[in-house]
Design a protein around this ligand. Sequence first.
Ligand SMILES: [Zn+2]
Length: 381
Amino acid sequence: MEHPILIKNATVYAPEKLGSRDIFIAGGKIVAMEEKLDIALPGLEVIDAAGAIVTPGLIDQHIHVTGGGGEGGWKSRCPELVFSELVRAGVTTFLGVSGTDSMSRSISNLLAKVRGLKEEGASGWMWTSNYSYPVTTITDCVKTELFAIPEVLGVKIALGDHRSSFPSMEQVRAIVADVRISGMLTGKTGFLHVHLGDFPCSFDIFDAIVASGLPIKHIRPTHVARHPKVFERAMEFAKKGGMIDITTGGGCYMGTAADAVKMALDNGVPLDRITLSSDGHGSMPRFNEAGEMVGLATGSIMCDMEAVRDLAKAYGLETALRPMTVNIARALCLPGKGEIAVGADADLLFMTDDFEITDVFMNGRQCMKAGEVIVKGAFEE
Ligand SMILES: [Zn+2]
């Protein structure tokens, strides 16, 4: 167990602004938080956070932790994520996801990677399956997958995309029905995490599923800002009570993820229906002026904080943090995540006034100190 820590004089955004607080951490949890705390304990580390902004760690629900890509041939398969990338990005909780490649990227491998990152110190869950239909699972059954594997919160599928398997409404509805039942039995809720392509027809499928009587809360589209018509339908979906996920790592037709959030808010989408995720370690093809692919890069999860910074400049930090903290924690029913409160997990970031991360705590363990990563993954230098 980690040693107890008393953080003094922090300017806390929980994400709501609380002002100056002392935070006492023990056993990976926030045990006490007051304007002033005086505690004497053997082995207690006292950290003076005067001048620092302290926020919850970010939650990124879409990271290709085993590497995505593969759409440009064998050499285009993206590398795996390593633990220190999570630390640098301030992502203390993640969901692992698979993509187009349902052949070489097995779901067992994804589960093993998620568990490895958890052993290294992060909090992690995953979506089973990938772009394909029928779904690709470890247990050959969607209901069993959620029931038997604690990390699996739901199923991923691709719709409205040229790389999708083009399942029918009835086929998608059957998956939603299965995740709902297993979600009830396990207390996980159960979700269908939907990769959206450029064609808005996916929303006709969602409308028909909801009209059948299945609650909208089980349907979770991502990459919603990639195309004007898709985004228009996504904003309608959110106004009807759905959650929409905007990608920070590019693919927003109007510019940045912050621009997409602004457009959604301007169109009357409530802030608590919006989440952000990176699509990190997916492939990012680079094109020249003639539109020819000239190179491939791996998507970075650092763009999450870029989006937070952009939003903070427009709306203040309190609003900027919500899509990647409390909104997503509530959307995925992750108790103890996404906020700074007594009883919550001690996942904390220290930031400068310019919102640069200097210190990171995951479950009460300090992983970054004064800008330097001090806890690395098993195979990192
Ligand atoms: Zn992706």
